[in-house]
Design a protein around this ligand. Structure first.
Ligand code: PLP
Length: 362
């Protein structure tokens, strides 16, 4: 473990922090950037040009992270906003009218699509079986009537990663577009939108990208953006081409300052390095949790798992609350406890957290 990395996260001095699937820790440089934004406002008031410049640099940095051109990135406020922006941008007549998503998707995906009058009765959910969704399910469900298929890169509960390239090949062969929700992968899983065949990708910055809420990025492949007409729109998107036409109004500048600094941090460590390090922590978490008698949530296979690991616990929320009092930060969802390390964590962090979980009565 790199001491230099740990030293950049002051929160670690009094927290065993394993909740990056919910909110990542802020690098010191991100805290400094947030302060700098506030100082500029306090000292000078208006700071439009500086703030718009920072927003552009955040956009460029995110584009570089996923192998896209900055013109292919729209700045939005949340992943929900990004999905709504796409769902309301298809001009009539539609090239297909069905939309498919999965039960691995974060609930907001269903919420947004269900709210679209245009797609009433046209939504299909691919169910997971035994904790996974096989490419064969996509073969079965996607048809020539499918306009768009939505998948998460990583399941927010089990940490299971989907094979985007394989699913993209199936979707495209059948004429469907592919939307990827990368909120649980961006920052720790390598992403290359062109190599993976992704048409749309959205993520916010507050999880593994180590930023704060208020900003999200929406990638739209250039050729596809030309065919869309945004109806969630505004003055900053007016007259723009490519994904930039999906910019709307003044964004949360403070979030853009944080995003730029956090993306710089991620680039400086390198996503490949982060992924390799977290693969070691993943293997350790699964092995140590099982050794201590915890039951793994999701598919039993370890391939395609990320470092987000969940274990069943009948009193998950209560245990998470008790551990919080001891400075151990985890998250609960229904009857599972999620352990979500990042590059700033160690095996000892995971060992201590699991030891504490199993000490409490079931
Ligand atoms: C995979 C995934 N997608 C979407 C969201 C929600 O994003 P937003 O609140 O930006 O709409 C979350 C969690 O907050 C998530 O884990």
């Amino acid at each position: 473990m790199n001491e230099k990395i740990v030293s950049q996260f002051p929160t670690l001095t009094n927290r065993n922090y394993l909740a990056s699937c919910s909110q990542g820790l802020l690098p010191a440089s991100t805290s400094d950037a947030i302060t700098a934004y506030h100082e500029e406002l306090r000292a000078n008031g208006i700071n439009w040009d500086a703030a718009m410049g920072m927003l552009e640099r955040a956009r460029e940095s995110f584009a570089a992270l996923i192998g896209a051109d900055p013109d292919e990135i729209a700045v939005v406020s949340s992943v929900s906003h990004a999905i709504s922006a796409i769902a309301t941008a298809f001009p009539d007549p539609l090239t297909g009218d069905e939309v498919i998503f999965t039960d691995f998707d974060f609930p907001t995906v269903a919420d947004v699509w269900t709210a679209q009058a245009k797609f009433q009765g046209k939504l299909h959910v691919i169910p997971s079986e035994h904790g996974k969704i096989s490419p064969a399910s996509f073969e079965d469900h996607i048809s020539e009537k499918t306009l768009l298929t939505s998948i998460p890169h990583v399941h927010y509960k089990s940490g299971l990663k989907l094979d985007i390239k394989e699913i993209a090949e199936i979707a495209h062969r059948k004429g469907s577009l592919l939307f990827v929700d990368a909120y649980q992968s961006a920052g720790h899983c390598p992403i290359h939108v062109k190599e993976m065949g992704i048409d749309f990708l959205a993520t916010g910055t507050r999880k593994y990208l180590l930023g704060i809420p208020g900003i999200a990025f929406l990638y739209i492949d250039k050729k596809i953006a030309d065919t869309l007409q945004p109806s969630m729109t505004g003055w900053l998107g007016k007259g723009k081409k490519d994904a930039r036409k999906f910019d709307t109004g003044t964004p949360s500048f403070i979030s853009a300052y944080a995003a730029k600094a956090s993306l710089d941090f991620i680039h400086s460590v390198g996503v490949r390095h982060i992924a390799a390090y977290l693969e070691e922590l993943r293997a350790f978490t699964v092995q140590y949790g099982r050794k201590k008698g915890l039951r793994l949530y999701g598919a039993e296979e370890v391939e395609n798992r990320t470092s987000l690991t969940a274990f069943f616990h009948p009193r998950a929320a209560e245990v998470v609350h008790k551990l919080q009092e001891k400075g151990i930060v985890l998250t609960a969802k229904e009857n599972i406890i999620r352990i979500a390390p990042h590059v700033y964590n160690t095996r000892q962090d995971i060992e201590r957290a699991i030891d504490e979980i199993v000490q409490l009565p079931e």
